[in-house]
Design a binder for this molecule. Sequence first.
Ligand SMILES: Nc1ncnc2c1ncn2[C@@H]1O[C@H](COP(=O)(O)OP(=O)(O)OP(=O)(O)O)[C@@H](O)[C@H]1O
Ligand SMILES: [Zn+2]
Length: 674
Amino acid sequence: MPSSLSLPFTPALLCNSRDSSRDRTHACIPQRNNKESSRSQSGILDLKLSKRKLLSYSAALGLCRPAKAEPESPNASASSRLTYSRFLRYLDEGDVKKVDLFENGTVAIAEIYNPSLDKILRVKVQLPPGPPETLLRKMEERNVDLAAHPMELSWWPALFDFFANFGFPLLLLVSLFFRTSTNNPAGRNLPFGLSRSKAKFEMEPNTGVTFDDVAGVDEAKQDFEEIVEFLKTPEKFSAVGAKIPKGVLLVGPPGTGKTLLAKAIAGEAGVPFFSVSGSEFVEMFVGIGASRVRDLFNKAKANSPCLIFIDEIDAVGRQRGTGIGGGNDEKEQTLNQLLTEMDGFTGNTGVIVIAATNRPEILDSALLRPGRFDRQVSVGLPDIRGREEILKVHSKNKKLDKEVSLSVIAMRTPGFSGADLANLMNEAAILAGRRGKQKISMKEIDDSIDRIVAGMEGTKMTDGKNKILVAYHEVGHAVCATLTPGHDPVQKVTLVSRGQARGLTWFMPGEDPALISRKQLFARIVAGLAGRAAEEVIFGESEVTTGAAGDLQQITQIARQMVTTYGMSEIGPWALIDPSVRSGDVVLRMMARNSMSEKLAEDIDECVKKIIETAYVIAKNHIRNNREAIDKLVDVLMEMETLAGDEFRAILSEFTNLPPVQIDTTPVRQMIEA
Ligand SMILES: Nc1ncnc2c1ncn2[C@@H]1O[C@H](COP(=O)(O)OP(=O)(O)OP(=O)(O)O)[C@@H](O)[C@H]1O
Ligand SMILES: [Zn+2]
């Protein structure tokens, strides 16, 4: 079976973490394929091997430069790169001897035996974020000497790499540098007029953003009210000897409005807003970051009261002294300078520093000490009410059709961040424009959600065996989901491909995924297995395809989490894996597994297997017992290509008694408001 057929149903009914809710909304969808970062938020269902990961994985592969010196080269050093796929090949052949993992397991330095040279070569391999457990297991099985370093790879191998690529031009640059600096004995200037103190920060005298522009983060806004007051009238606080925090750490996943919130604080207080990104502080030349920090604080103090916003503080604020060879001097100097500046605020200088990160756990503890960033404010992904509020903000300047219901959109978009929702409304407006409409209708919004979640619409499948197979696979998902108590209702089933998915079955969530019962999780496993079950029952065991790969990854993940995280198995209500062990933290995950007894690890596998086997039997029974209905549904789907949830249920109910469907936001709202 061609691998292109793989993942026709990329099962998202089966949720994940950052996108957990989203997946829940739309079963059978691939993870979003738009801007994604490896920064993930631990959530109720953290699917490590989600499609999102697979996408970023292939992106990582795509990013690998053609190996400059593959291990065949006798000159290979650790800075020689090897593509991930070639690395896997060496691993399969047993030629990988030693692997050191860095950067949370995303970068490996591997020692590989090259038989033709009879030599061991050191290469650098970019791994996908959160390398699959199977990769670790494979390395263990092949007796690879594996060491994980909870630190970042020091800058010098990167420099090595840089020299290997740009050695000659760099020599030229260096000679130019000396020429210019001899002209300027103070050495204050760098080549080509790049002044050492050239500020890389931006200053907005008035952001024009207010709290009304930031929705769904009421608690965070409350936390900042006092700071706004202070920035408005610092003297009021100084007069009574009140000490106002100098630094606040804003923690939250990407796109949740951290920058917007910081701007709104400055806007509400009517003070200038200085912003800089942590990664911009750090430059190749040691000392520049520190001088930029000095510069920034000097300018801020001269403009007080004001607000400094440091985005991605983790880029400079990681724990110090952890790189190979003692760490990265430039970063350390920058961080030290930042600490010095913050300590240097005596009394109320009227400068507040807000820093944003989505990885507070990797920050140097010195940053979090009293007098520095000693307050933390969290902004999470918005809940259903928050999404509705954010949608209101972003539909203010848009012409919406009367039938457009923001609460229905909010319901259909669990897992979306504020930035995603802003993007959604914009996409819908563009689509309406392209369709020559005067107003945005629900159709444009629905299409935009599909596009954001599942990717661009693909080419139509031609009639033939593959199309029939995908139709049975999708109808299998939809029928089993409908017949299994606890599953969300089908929103639509379609053979229109999107992204890498050949067909999709979408579900309408009944509520936000804050609390999911065991029954619901089990129902997702049954429905997730139903595509494969349909293939097997209808076409025979030997005809099943690679199309269920994504489904299987997701349901396995859910089953494993039921056992290890949610205490929903015979092992009992224990957290067998520390929830802080997030999908990306491969090092911690390995340690967690290693610290477990053999017996416990076996028991976990046994329970996971049992859950999946039971669910598979149920799914196959549903397919066998409803064959007539399924055949009819496949006929109609082949003809129409897309079936709306109601149409689907109407046909299915001709053959079987269906449980009543409730697609109504009211109960959710009542629940939230209660
Ligand atoms: N809570 C929100 N209310 C209204 N709009 C929002 C909200 N959150 C995000 N947005 C929209 O998304 C855009 C991007 O958000 P912003 O840059 O503030 O996120 P961020 O958390 O700083 O992201 P990152 O971590 O990626 O820097 C905003 O300009 C705004 O249009
Ligand atoms: Zn499927």
